[in-house]
Design a protein around this ligand. Sequence first.
Ligand code: CU
Length: 151
Amino acid sequence: MRRGATALAIAAVTGLALAGCSDSSGSGPELKVSGAYMPQPVGDGEMAAGYVIVKNSGDTADKLTSVTSTLSGDITMHVTKDQKMEQVSSLPVPAKGELDLERGGNHLMFMGLKTRPELGEKVAVELHFEKTDPIKVELPVKETTYNPKNS
Ligand code: CU
């Protein structure tokens, strides 16, 4: 109790807003990644899509801002609007909600693949967020037509 009162007193004196420090309240974004996969690319395997679900159990929203991988140096985030893909600079992870990448919808786009992903292989990816530290995730390579909604 005494410690809290002291912190408040310091904030009052210095004019610092405690709310500005995301660690002080312990209620920042809390992210968990699930359902990751990559459908095996067709043809030359020049490009591939990737899907993940990012759940946020915290009460602060976050954003997926970039994706990196040893498979490709050119990974972008796409939304699908009127059946057309559109590149975006970030994807929202709402507070107490989730960012759901799925077939026919939002997805990650891997261009200029360095190797051809084979079935059963796992593609290591790092997800970068606006607030949360990067999260490493492995995307298992599935059949080209794989859709978790149908299985
Ligand atoms: Cu795309």
